[in-house]
Design a binder for this molecule. Structure first.
Ligand SMILES: [Zn+2]
Length: 1091
């Protein structure tokens, strides 16, 4: 169906036609139709020689290595395979003891998980570095290393980028985290936790299950003999509260005692916790129940009464076999069963013939091939997804597939429904500390088997009561076993200090340059507007620091008639004047705070001080925040110039477009070191960079990256001259100031024994090998991890992954949010391909490519992206397809893989040949690393809609509003027409292109202009018109914008608009001066694959 292009001077559309000799490219659509005023877009359909695209996709084999200025010679060999994956990421867990508690002999049809292999197989992957290459081919052309590196020392706790030698001295965490250090050596996470989530402003109320009964303590070490009757007393019944207030309405029944345990004892380490089991030694169970004499409620447990038939316990008496059907074999349909429902999924596609594979509705995550009863309990893919929904049984199989194995997480996403459990006993595996979840198996009514390490655990007494059904003896109906996403109110054992109060410190650049931009007006006004919506409670504290070449503190002491400014001019050795009055209670001092915010914008208008002492200001902020922890929001408008952390400009304009030797790495480790100090004291730093000049975001960004902060960037911000940026800042500040926040958080990801997590992506610091330290966590942050198969998963039908995020809410509650995902294990390459999740793969590759850009070079990263396609499709062709048909053959699951990789190559992070400013590129990379997958995909491959003819067909109805759902179009000017209007949603930016012959109706009813000629060139808002058309498109755009971390400005574009070039940049399928069209790219890939 794909027309290989209109011109191409007789260009051969067949395989391998690309050569340096002739006009090789038969193009896809080119941006001709729109081109009148667009000089920068290439005109030619057929270029005389490949060299005319000097920055074409670097390929495994360059199209013509000698052509063009871009040097990819030599880049085929990715020299630093070993340096790419940052050393510290390798997990080094203690071996798991097979079954610390002897499992009862049961004749049961064994629940889902087979017993662990009897031998402690060391990592299945040999330590030779070759074996960690992409696949069996250790040749230099392999670019990604999907496996893990040989196990390294635990002390390397750095995320990959941190591997610069200059920073190595700092890698020992313990140095930086001195705040609490007691506990056994193995328990390095001396954490104080507190925590809970600020009330989401727009969240529906979750249900809280709150048992009123006294805690029963942790599970006894010895499993109860069900036949042994010890007591007839039934614990008093927990109450089911449909909570009035999921955040703070109901407080956990904590006592105030602060346990002297470390995070590992609390949240739990990996497979190393046998000695940690009994947290509550005095709580030995003294009540027991005799199953033969069941309380009335027990009868409810027969399968037909259960909402979960296939996993129901049948409570017969005694030790008779239980008939819980396993999650394993019985739950997996025959190997292709799930997919056969969608026979489309089994199709092999020739991309050269079927180019239009983009679905018209948003692409959904593949559904794992599990029995529907299991799948319906599985975690929402928006929160937790895997690049391969069919997990390869062995590392060898994974290597063969040449696809990356990893997880993408959005763990703190705002949720419409979130079950919250208040329970004195949080049921966890005594070996690996996994939280009980829907994918464990119950051996009988008293014992459950961990789905991660296979240990058999006791079901604690309290768990026998189901607060939902108010029935006793029905553990399978407990919310913990019915929900893959759940939140626990953590009892006091989960705290090492009383939960910290919400503390917010704002640090403002007030140098001449900063005052010139006028940003203080916006920021102070936003703060004034949202002061009452800051997440918090009566304990909330707030403070302010300003700086230029000196540092200014503001005393907000009660009783003062106005704020008092204290200037510290010694920036070499900063100290905090009267620290007790600088961070004050928000409620008690609101008037003084408001006074300060009102006067601040005017205070420095006469300042001629041009210097910027950002480093010392941050040091002061750190000192001020250290005792409590909290959030520092720093606003910076230029390159810091004096004191520690001063930077020099490194941007050379001529290098902007080059793929080599640009400064992506920090020029100093000051910001990273300070961030680690902050992390150790539970302080996160968010950076707002508002600067028209180069400000070395590569260095400054480290302050947020390692302290788990966020980065915002507003190039050329100016209060008067750039109203669009002003609006963007205001909108994003509102979201920033009012969104949920979790304090003093840690996150751990566990997976079934045999799998191993080895590399982490996102903003955090990795401590104790796999514990992510997140001084702050917010709902807009995404994370990714890479995994390998360390021990063969032979005979295992399913594996599970669980993330646990322990945090303190803004209401001062300690909470744990747990997500669990279950996936099938497969043994053939074909199945691995069938289950590939192309969005997750692209997202993970993007994260890996950022690392590669930094540790090697941009061109290496680009090569590696292209090779990721070539290698996997080559493997598919040679190992799965039996006949060697012509064309570019891909499994249905990967039909969009080349398109998404091409889109990545054209994305700001990785593109070449454009005038992308260095800071903008770095910011794009920050977003790749920190954005949830859905937004990462949107900024890479935007959605294009035709919007001049919106109808209600297929529309959504939300809160009585009709939200049209127009079909998604391919990103090619071929899809545009001059008589229409098209909306491009690129996540952080939106553009509405209006064609010259656009209908009169749209112009007047939506745009409010009488004709095309009167359409302004710089329009950034749709007028609010009282017409059906206007409200349709208005509600569609607001719906798209909802909940976005970054507010997408809407640019309305006509042919003469300055933004038109940006619009065309996103036309991923078209050729530009410096990049191939999609069709050319496919031809290139095909040539390499079929070699
Ligand atoms: Zn376990």
């Amino acid at each position: 169906m794909a027309q290989p292009g209109r011109l191409g001077a007789g260009s051969p559309a067949q395989n391998g036609a690309v050569s340096a000799a002739g006009p090789p490219y038969s193009n896809g659509p080119v941006q001709n139709p729109l081109k009148h005023s667009q000089v920068s877009v290439s005109q030619g359909y057929s270029s005389p020689f490949p060299g005319s695209y000097p920055h074409q996709i670097p390929a495994k084999t360059p199209l013509d290595p000698s052509s063009g200025p871009c040097n990819y010679g030599g880049s085929q060999t990715v020299s630093s395979l070993n340096s790419y994956q940052g050393p510290g990421q390798t997990l080094n867990r203690l071996p798991l003891e097979p079954n610390p508690v002897a499992p009862l002999q049961s004749t049961i049809p064994i629940p889902r998980m087979p017993p662990p292999p009897s031998s402690q197989t060391p990592a299945a992957v040999p330590a030779s570095s070759d074996s960690f290459l992409y696949g069996p081919d250790p040749s230099p052309s392999s670019n990604w290393q999907y496996g893990h590196l040989p196990v390294r020392s635990k002390t390397n706790n750095f995320v990959p980028v941190s591997t610069q030698p200059s920073l190595s001295g700092n890698t020992n965490l313990s140095r930086n985290n001195q705040c609490v250090s007691f506990g056994a050596p193995s328990l390095q996470n001396n954490y104080m936790k507190t925590g809970s989530v600020p009330p989401p402003t727009n969240q529906p109320l979750p249900t809280i299950y709150q048992p009123i009964q006294a805690p029963l303590g942790s599970p006894p070490v010895r499993s109860l003999d069900p036949q042994k009757k010890t007591s007839n007393s039934v614990p008093s019944q927990p109450q089911l509260n449909s909570a009035v207030n999921q955040e703070g309405g109901i407080s956990a029944a904590n006592n105030d005692s602060v346990g002297e345990s470390s995070y590992d004892t609390i949240e739990g380490g990996g497979f190393m916790a046998p000695q940690l089991t009994n947290q509550n030694p005095k709580m030995n169970r003294n009540v027991g129940y005799s199953y033969p004499s069941l309380p009335p409620g027990y009868q409810n447990t027969s399968p037909n009464m259960s909402g979960r038939p296939s996993t129901t316990l049948q409570y017969t008496s005694g030790l008779q076999p239980f008939s819980q059907s396993p999650l394993g074999a019985n739950h997996l349909t025959t190997s292709m069963g799930g997919l056969s429902l969608h026979s489309e999924g089994l199709r092999v596609i020739n991309l050269l013939q079927e180019r239009n594979m983009l679905p018209t509705i948003p692409l959904k995550a593949p559904v794992p091939n599990l029995h529907e009863d299991i799948q319906k309990l599985n975690c929402n893919p928006e929160l937790f997804r895997c690049t391969l929904t069919n997990i390869p049984q062995t590392q060898a199989l994974l290597n063969k597939a040449k696809l990356p194995l990893g997880l993408l997480l959005h763990p703190f996403k705002d949720l419409v429904q979130l079950p919250v459990v208040t329970s004195s006993t949080i049921v966890r595996c005594r070996s690996c500390r996994t939280y009980i979840n829907p994918f464990v198996s119950f051996l009988d009514q008293r014992r459950w088997k961990c789905n991660l390490c296979y240990r058999v655990n006791d079901v604690p007494e309290e768990f026998m009561y189901n607060p939902v059904t108010r029935v006793y003896g029905d553990p399978l109906r407990r919310p913990e076993v019915q929900n893959a996403t759940i939140e626990f109110m953590a009892p006091s054992e989960y705290m090492l200090r009383p939960p910290q109060p919400p503390v917010y410190l704002f640090v403002f650049d007030v140098s001449h340059n900063a005052v010139e931009t006028g940003y203080l007006n916006s920021v102070c006004q936003s703060l004034l507007d949202n002061l009452d919506s800051l997440p918090g409670n009566t304990r909330t504290k707030i403070g302010f620091i300003t700086f230029d070449s000196t540092i200014h503190f503001y005393s907000l002491q009660e009783g003062l008639s106005q704020p008092q400014m204290l200037i510290v001019s010694d920036i070499e050795d900063v100290f905090i004047p009267m620290p007790e009055n600088l961070l004050v209670n928000l409620n008690e001092n609101k008037e003084l705070i408001q006074d300060l915010l009102k006067t601040l914008p005017q205070m420095f208008t006469k300042s001629l001080e041009t210097q910027s002492a950002l480093g010392p200001a941050l040091q002061s902020a750190f000192k001020l925040m250290s005792p409590t922890g909290g959030r520092i929001s720093v606003f910076q408008t230029q390159l810091p110039s004096v004191g520690v952390g001063a930077l020099k400009s490194r941007e050379e304009p001529n290098q902007r477009s080059s793929a080599k030797e640009i400064h992506l790495t920090p020029s100093t480790d000051f910001y990273k070191k300070l961030a680690l100090d902050c992390s150790g004291q539970q302080v996160a730093v968010d950076l707002f960079l508002l600067s028209g000049q180069y400000s070395d975001l590569a260095s400054l960004g480290c302050i947020s990256r390692y302290s788990a902060g966020s980065v915002y960037y507003y190039p050329s911000y100016h209060q008067q001259h750039n109203p669009v940026q002003v609006e963007k800042l205001q909108k994003e500040l509102k979201r920033y100031l009012t969104r949920k926040i979790g304090f003093e958080a840690v996150m751990r990801i566990r997976c079934t024994k045999g799998l191993s997590i080895h590399t982490f992506h996102g903003n955090f610091f990795v401590r104790s090998t796999d514990l992510l330290s997140l001084p702050n966590v917010n709902p807009d942050a995404g994370y990714a991890v890479q995994m390998s198969v360390e021990e063969n998963l032979t005979d295992i039908q399913v594996v599970s992954f669980q993330s646990a995020l322990l945090y303190t809410s803004s209401k001062g509650e300690r909470r744990i949010r747990v997500h669990t995902m279950c996936l099938p294990v497969v043994s053939t390459l074909n199945e691995v391909y069938l289950g590939a999740d192309v969005q997750a793969i692209s997202g993970l590759l993007a994260n890996m490519a950022v690392d590669r850009s930094i540790t090697a070079s941009l061109s290496d990263a680009r090569d590696a992206l292209v090779n990721a396609i070539i290698d996997s499709l080559s493997a598919y062709r040679t190992s799965v397809l039996s006949s060697q048909q012509p064309g570019l053959l891909v499994p249905f699951s990967l039909r969009l893989f080349p398109l998404f990789v091409l889109a990545l190559l054209k994305q700001k992070s990785f593109q070449t040949g454009t005038a992308a400013r260095l800071d903008e590129r770095i910011f794009a990379m920050c977003q790749v690393k920190n954005q949830p997958l859905v937004y990462l995909m949107l900024m890479t491959h935007p959605n294009l809609y035709r919007v001049d003819n919106l109808s209600d067909e297929g529309a959504l109805n939300i809160n009585d509003k009709t939200i049209p759902q127009p079909p998604i179009l391919q990103l090619s000017v071929e899809k545009l027409s001059r008589d229409g209007a098209f909306l491009m949603d690129a996540g952080t930016i939106m553009m509405l292109w209006v064609g010259k012959n656009c209908g009169q109706n749209f112009l007047s009813q939506v745009l409010g202009v009488p004709n095309y000629a009167s359409l302004p060139l710089n329009m950034t808002h749709l007028p609010d018109l009282d017409t059906a058309e206007s409200s349709r498109i208005g509600s569609f755009i607001s719906w798209l914008r909802e909940h976005r971390p970054f507010f997408p400005i809407l640019y309305i574009i006509r042919d003469e608009s300055p933004m038109k070039a940006a619009f065309l940049q996103y036309m991923v399928e078209d050729r530009t001066e410096s990049a191939l069209s999609y069709y050319e790219f496919l031809l290139h890939v095909q040539q390499q694959v079929n070699k």
